[in-house]
Design a binder for this molecule. Sequence first.
Ligand code: PXG
Length: 294
Amino acid sequence: MKIYIDGRFYDRENAKISVFDHGLLYGDGVFEGIRAYHGRVFRLDEHLRRLYHSARATTLNIPLTLDEMKSAVIETLHVNEMNDAYIRLVVTRGVGDLGLDPRKCPKACVIIIAGKITLYPSEFYSKGLDLITVSTKRNIPEAVNPAIKSLNYLNNIMAKIEANRANAPEAIMLSKDGYVAECTGDNIFIVKDQTLLTPPAWVGALEGITKAVVIEIAQKLKIPAREGIFTPYDIYTASEAFLTGTAAEVIPVTRLDTRDIGDGRPGPITKKLIAEFRKLTLREGTPIHSSRKS
Ligand code: PXG
């Protein structure tokens, strides 16, 4: 595996950054998780737009233009001869002094890892996830806007640890007011009255790329979809529920807090969306090999 760091490629064991990098010292940085399917990078422009917006919001100056970043992602896939990959793109504040002042970090550091990710065993995609609601609340949007995909994941990691200890594959996180926000690494949808409902970003959810794709697919299928706030009660009483994320893709949720959702099996709308999502990932995307059309 060859890892891109600041314009050069390193073997896995030599891919290292400084202990004075503020990404490590303070979690000061932003990232993206992007997938490539069958030689095409899915929604690359959307991911890069979100990365640059996250950087802008945190006044992090990415030392590459958006087009240069796009080329660097494609080049990393080329160098690794990968047509299917999980691309982890990280931009840290870079090397600085002790003390959190980012003015001491003259240059941001860009890291691109092209690897693989499996969040859930494959049988969960057909039988669904059994989740719990955890006590760790989602960070309040007034403190760090959840639209910023930053390297500060301690909030979600603490929720993930609660899920691990309860033997649950993911955790539903609530806002401080008790509304459903999202999971530790996925957005959530429920189906009520044949309508898709997902929490808006302001409750404390990432503006997910996969969430947007699912809403797009739903519109094409003439399934009504909207953002709206809801509580765990609405999940308990929903006919279907599922999670979305680049890493997770679209995955059914069939139980929450020991209650079956609907009949406890993945529902027809969820199954349809999973099938359509898979088709789309194979059809769309920025070609890794320039001879192919996007
Ligand atoms: N919410 C959170 C908190 C996330 O981190 C999503 C939702 C889904 O968003 P997208 O845009 O991917 O549909 C995410 C996604 C990793 C990793 O290690 C990253 C995420 C999730 C799991 C693992 O790269 N981010």
